[in-house]
Structures are given as C-alpha cells and as structure tokens.
Design a binder for this molecule. Structure first.
Ligand code: COA
Length: 331
C-alpha cells in the first residue's frame, strides 16, 4: 500500500472460452502423438479453439461483463482497462474495441504484452494506478487466441495451446488485499519461445526498401522453458511469501499459469504446498497464455472452492522470458 493509503481488492472475475473443443485424439489425427503421451507429459486432454467467426475482443467482452457483474458495478464505473494479450485482433491494440463492446465509456484502455505473464503483469500494473489514487476501478483482462499462431504440424508445440479470456475487477480499498508481488525478465533467454515477425525486403522507391511480411508460427524450446519455470517460479513465490510475512501453510491456493501439470506439481512440491491446493483447469483448456490464470480463478470462485479472504499465491511465466508472482486475498 502506498503512502496515500489506497490498497487494492479483486472484487469480481469472469471468463469465456470458445465452444469448439480440440481433443488429444484430434491431435493424434494431425501429428504423430497420442492421448496417452500428451496426458502423461502435460496433463492436457482438451483445448477450446476459436472459430474463424470468434474474436479475441468478443471473448474478452464476455469475460469482462462477468467480472463487472460479480463486482456489483456497472461498465461506466470502470476507469481503466488493461488488456494483457499477445494475440490482439488488431496490432494497434484491442483494448479499445473491448471498451466499446462493453460500454465502458469512462475508461481509458490499452494493451499490455508480456506473453503468459501478461495477466499477472497487468494486475500489478493496475495496482500501481490504484495505489497512486489515479484510478479507482480497473478492469484487467487476460486473453489469447494462440491457435491463430500455432504451427499445427509441430507436435512439440501444437499439443499445448488453447484459446480463452479471463477478467477481474480491481478496486481501491482501505484494507489492502494485494499482499505482495514481484516481476522479472531475462532477455538472454529470449530465443526459447517466440512468435517472431518475419519480413522480406520490398523495394519502395529509389534505394529505399521496406520489410513486408507477417509473423512466423510459435517456436519453442520446450525443455529450456520447462527448466526455467521449475527453477524461477518457486523462487518468485518464495520471495513474495517472505515479503508478505507468510509461510507455505498460510497459502490457501496456488494459482499458476497453466502451462503443464508437471510444472505446477513440481512448483507445489518445491514450495511444500499440498497438491490439493493447486487450482488447475489444464485438462480442459490447455495453455491459454494470458488467459490461463483468470480462467482458473473464475472457475474456482464460481464453484465455491475459493472463498472471500482465502490467500492465493499466483504466478505467471512465459516468453520474454518473463515471470512474476503476486499474493492476494480473494474478494
Ligand atoms: N507426441 C509424442 N512424442 C513427442 C511429442 C508429442 N506431442 N512431442 C515431442 N515428442 C517426443 C520428442 O520428439 C522426444 O523424442 P526423442 O526422445 O525420440 O527425441 C520425446 O518425445 C521426448 O521429448 P521431450 O521434449 O524430452 O519431452 P518433454 O518431457 O520435455 O515434454 C513438453 C515436452 C513440451 C511437454 C515439455 O518440455 C514442456 O511442457 N515444456 C514447457 C513448455 C511450455 O510450457 N511452454 C509454454 C510456456 S508459457
């Protein structure tokens, strides 16, 4: 909490996922893999995949409306919208389209990109605007449609990703419920996970040449990302627990980016947190990048597992490489 005395509480959540489901058996028809291999190595069974008529903005708007309704406010009460995504409908940003779709006419809106850490980074960014007293009601959305950018012939990566959107409403309060947080980057490992632009030279006029191209599909060194996550995520959560003066026993729920069930299990083990405290929806959604944390949170809040006052240790990690952790009390 800052010296102006404004803390933050997360007062509502919502989520949305496309209807179409891509199963492990579907993937086995496309590449040399099997339901068993995917399930044992990742914990995934299904992923929801956006159809050509579904947009990131539409999914985000549904998630946002759910979060706003749960918070008991109206769209016009929102001061700021931060959309965490790596797959906007529009490279100029999709936050403003969502602002229009939900009628948040008083909000300023912008996109933030930090891959699978995006939601966590956006949540922490929201807390900074709230703690300075600049904004009171902030809508944070994590949404991705990575299926647009997957190489569907690459069995080492195409099995992992699905689409979805999740959102939370953050509000300024006296009794701060964001207990601690940390954010980290390591650009020296940038090559481990990329969705790179690739352009060819196109002569323009005189000696001038410009680049014309598009984005290459996702490339990933799975083993390196795995090792990074299992090393850095427990370290980041330990630091935030220490800052908040909490021990592993105080944590009610572990809310990790849903990249791989084995990563989540290894992180819990390293932190001495019971496996039963892991909030996981990976079997149903796969890795939905910036959407994965709010999607898992929303399901657990709506089915009554997460209750007001529960202490949640969250961590996001992914391309960049980026990672971070936040500990908050729900509600
Ligand atoms: N089906 C069947 N076999 C597969 C396969 C698939 N979908 N993908 C890879 N294999 C094969 C490999 O070719 C390799 O064969 P080889 O031993 O003959 O060379 C073997 O399975 C083992 O591959 P390996 O890469 O060692 O598997 P793994 O246990 O590391 O699991 C991942 C691969 C991708 C599931 C795992 O590394 C992972 O989850 N990494 C993190 C990725 C991630 O989370 N990315 C997003 C971060 S936000």
């Amino acid at each position: 909490m800052n010296n102006m005395g404004v803390g933050m509480a997360i007062t509502g959540c919502g989520s949305a996922a496309p209807e179409s489901i891509l199963t492990n058996d579907h993937l086995a028809q496309m590449v040399d893999t099997s339901d068993e291999w995917i399930n044992i190595r990742t914990g995934m069974k299904n992923r929801h995949i956006a159809s050509p008529s579904e947009s990131l903005s539409q999914l985000s708007a549904v998630a946002a409306k759910g979060a706003i309704a749960m918070a008991g406010i109206s769209p016009t009460d929102i001061d700021l919208i931060i959309l965490a995504t790596s797959t906007p409908d529009d490279l100029f940003g999709s936050a403003c389209r969502i602002q229009g779709l939900i009628g948040a006419t008083n909000a300023v809106a912008f996109d933030l990109t930090a891959a699978c850490s995006g939601f966590l980074f956006a949540l922490i960014t929201a807390s900074q605007f709230i703690s300075t007293g600049m904004y009171h009601n902030v809508l944070v959305i994590g949404a991705d449609v990575l299926s647009r950018w997957v190489d569907w012939s690459d069995r080492t990566s195409c099995i992992l990703f699905g689409d979805g959107a999740g959102a939370v409403v953050c509000q300024g309060v006296k009794d701060n419920r964001l207990l601690s947080f940390g954010m980290y980057s390591n650009g020296s490992q940038n090559d481990s996970l990329n969705l790179n632009y690739h352009g060819n030279g196109k002569p323009l006029v005189d000696n001038l040449t410009v680049q014309h191209g598009s984005y290459n599909p996702i490339t990933m060194n799975g083993k390196e990302v795995y090792r990074f996550a299992v090393a850095k995520v427990p370290e980041a959560i330990s630091k935030t627990m220490f800052q908040a003066n909490l021990t592993a026993d105080d944590i009610d729920w572990l809310l990790l980016h849903q990249a791989n069930q084995r990563i989540m299990d290894a992180v819990a083990k390293r932190l001495n947190i019971a496996q039963s405290k892991i909030l996981s929806n990976i079997a149903e959604y796969g890795n939905t990048s910036a959407a994965s944390i709010p999607l898992a949170l929303d399901a657990a809040v709506r089915d009554g597992r997460v209750k007001p006052g529960d202490i949640i240790a969250a961590s996001g990690f992914g391309a960049g490489l980026t990672w971070g952790s936040a500990i908050f009390k729900w509600g």
